[in-house]
Design a protein around this ligand. Structure first.
Ligand code: GRG
Length: 303
């Protein structure tokens, strides 16, 4: 991948992923469900996670093998973005975050209804596993295992269960109490924040790069650098999100965030450290250019 141009690469992959997503829901017998599922797929999105699948595959293989293996990357990219989209649809529901808009558009339950939005999320998740069935049998079983692991109770869904306070949760910090006597509860809050985002945000990002490496033929300890990359980028992505939120709206109310707990400068420093860690973990790969650019895109983003 010599003379790598990220903008060009990003545009090409973005268009390709949009087509995969929309085409997946064309020509279904249940035409209304097909259209409803396409709605959250048509309203934008950076497509960061599916891009990581292609970038991880490219990092671990030759240009020639990349072309051969690309259809398998398509299956995994589709699966990861469908799971991401299901999580957003369900996260926006009245029983979760109760959001009226997502990416500047009305949320699925506002366009349709709550019951339809539940079904849309369920359908996107189910179809993700269907998409993985396009993998050859030697890749399928582990891809299913990892997807279940990172999307499920040990991954994103587990993170969401921390977020809603069902699993662990944040201790109460009395805003009137002096800082010096809050230290134990502040430590507990920061540890909960790490656990929450490692699972809720980080798990799917890690899944994307693990699937890319898996298609390239990496197994066992050879996947560890990609897992480390995924974890660092996952945390960096969330830190960037917190920084952007704080820059847009400095209101102290709402749930705890890294910026609220650590301050903006320490959060920026932590994000920078995660970026460096991410780059270091893929140092020895053949073609790390796209992964490197995606790490910067996630951690140093302005939107
Ligand atoms: C409902 C099981 C279940 C899980 C929901 C991932 C999640 C858990 C909720 C999404 C809400 C949220 C703010 C998650 C944190 C991760 C994050 C910043 C998601 C947004 O990802 P982007 O910026 O979104 O990649 P786009 O719009 O670009 O696709």
């Amino acid at each position: 991948m010599s003379g790598f141009h990220f903008e060009e690469w990003y545009e090409q992959h973005h268009t390709h992923i949009e087509n995969l997503l929309i085409n997946h829901f064309e020509s279904l017998n249940m035409a209304n469900m097909g259209t409803a599922c396409q709605y959250p797929l048509r309203t934008g999105g950076k497509r960061f996670r599916p891009m990581l699948v292609y970038a991880a595959l490219a990092a671990c293989t030759s240009d020639l093998r990349y072309q051969t293996l690309r259809p398998y990357a398509d299956a995994c990219a589709l699966a990861v973005e469908l799971i991401h989209t299901y999580s957003l649809v369900h996260d926006d529901l009245p029983c979760m975050d109760n959001d009226d808009t997502r990416r500047g558009h009305p949320t699925v339950h506002r366009i349709y209804s709550e019951d339809v939005a539940v079904l849309v999320g369920d359908a996107l998740l189910t179809e993700a596993f269907g998409a993985l069935c396009e993998l050859p049998t030697d890749l399928l079983k582990k891809a299913l295992r990892w997807t279940t692991h990172y999307a499920g109770i040990n991954g994103m869904l587990g993170g969401q269960s921390i977020d809603i306070g069902f699993e662990g949760g944040f201790p109460y910090i009395d805003p009137e109490e002096p800082l010096e006597t809050q230290s134990e509860r502040r430590d507990q809050t920061i540890n909960t924040l790490y656990a929450l985002h490692k699972h809720k945000t980080g798990a799917l990002i890690e899944l994307a790069v693990v699937l890319g490496g898996h298609i390239a033929g990496l197994q066992g300890i050879d996947l560890i650098p990609l897992q480390n990359f995924g974890q660092a980028v996952g945390l960096g992505f969330q830190l960037a999100d917190d920084i952007l939120d704080a820059e847009e709206d400095a209101a102290p109310e709402g749930p705890p965030s890294f910026v609220k707990m650590l301050g903006i400068d320490a959060t920026r420093k932590l994000a920078e450290e995660q970026w460096q860690l991410a780059l270091k973990s893929i140092d020895s790969f053949k073609n790390p250019a796209a992964l490197r650019s995606l790490a910067a895109f996630a951690v140093k983003r302005s939107h």
